[in-house]
Design a protein around this ligand. Sequence first.
Ligand code: SF4
Ligand code: SF4
Length: 396
Amino acid sequence: MTQQPRLGHNNPPGPNPSDTLAGIETTPDFTRFRQRNDVFTRAFWDDRVRSKHTDAFFASYRVDARPRKGEGFQPKDFALRNASWLISDIVSNRGGDSGRREGFQAPIQADTPVASQKVEIDDPARMAVEIKRIARFFGADLCGITDYDERWIYATQVDTRDFSEAPVELPEGMTSVIVLGHQMDLPLVQTYPSALAGAATGREYSHEAAIVMQLAAYIRNLGYQAVGSMNDTGLVIPYAIKAGLGEYARNQLVITPEFGPRLRFSKIFTNMPLAHDVPRPLGVKAVCDICTRCADACPVKALPFGPPSDAVANQSAITGVVKWTSDAEKCFSFWAKQGSDCAICLRVCPFNRDFGTWRNRLWLKLALSPLRRLALWLDDRSGRAKRLKPRDWWAG
Ligand code: SF4
Ligand code: SF4
């Protein structure tokens, strides 16, 4: 695939018919996000974020994790977490010293060329159904398709050799974004905060790396451009919402009717003719309006308590979007100090349940109805949000 680097530029917020349905509201201050400002990238170049804790945090994902006092932070916990990340690490490190950390600071490089003969697609709706089927075949738990909306593409990406800004690498003419959801393991998530729980995150990064690479290869084999992407290149949350996969919540996550907030998302940019999904407002916002369980449980109070606003705590948040926005510096400082990722705000969320059971499906109906206060009351009394002790997870 010929990559045509181009510098992103800021688009003024224009009318976008699906924004209202998606609950996306921009202001005149809207500015596309520069990846250099994401808090994980700042931990390499910005002394306001970088510390001995952040250096030790990243080092611990290799082999020199230092077990510390407390259940869930012992050698086996770190070993499982790091092994879970392995496939993702192999993909992101394969660029060596080229400055492209694939899946995080650069899109995933195409391993196969675009076929010289295009397969004719005369029914984009049918092709969209087929792509979703193939996504499931490769292991995705959810798949939705939306339009290529440049507002959510990073203004610039990062060259990891010196953390300078670099042009975003995407071919011209992208028309669709295929968004894939990857379910995190429920019992592991119940052990947050712990290094053990980080295995739930790492396993899905490894899954998503493989799945986007395979699905993108399938599309290229049919003669169309396809760029696999994880955290790189653009913000996945607005695409996931616009693709109808779920609704944005106070804990900064997309809540889905299938898995609640317990998902990771990846994406593929393509020019294949595909019908687009529409946003699906579920009624999650009405629940978050009367619930602050995630913000209450956050150990560093990094989540907002009030209504959505365009206020940002620091440069690690996009400007000009009215939404619930965390203080990423506070959040990441907690991750760094505990030596592993945190998702307490996911664990305690009342939507974090197994919707494979009829009881939980019934609860979901209640939560998304005017009886939402009753649903929250029932959740509080159920003990569902309680942390699972890592020793109990290991005991099976
Ligand atoms: S991940 Fe942890 S520290 Fe960050 S906002 Fe959620 S609860 Fe707070
Ligand atoms: S814990 Fe409550 S406020 Fe937070 S995301 Fe879940 S439902 Fe919304």
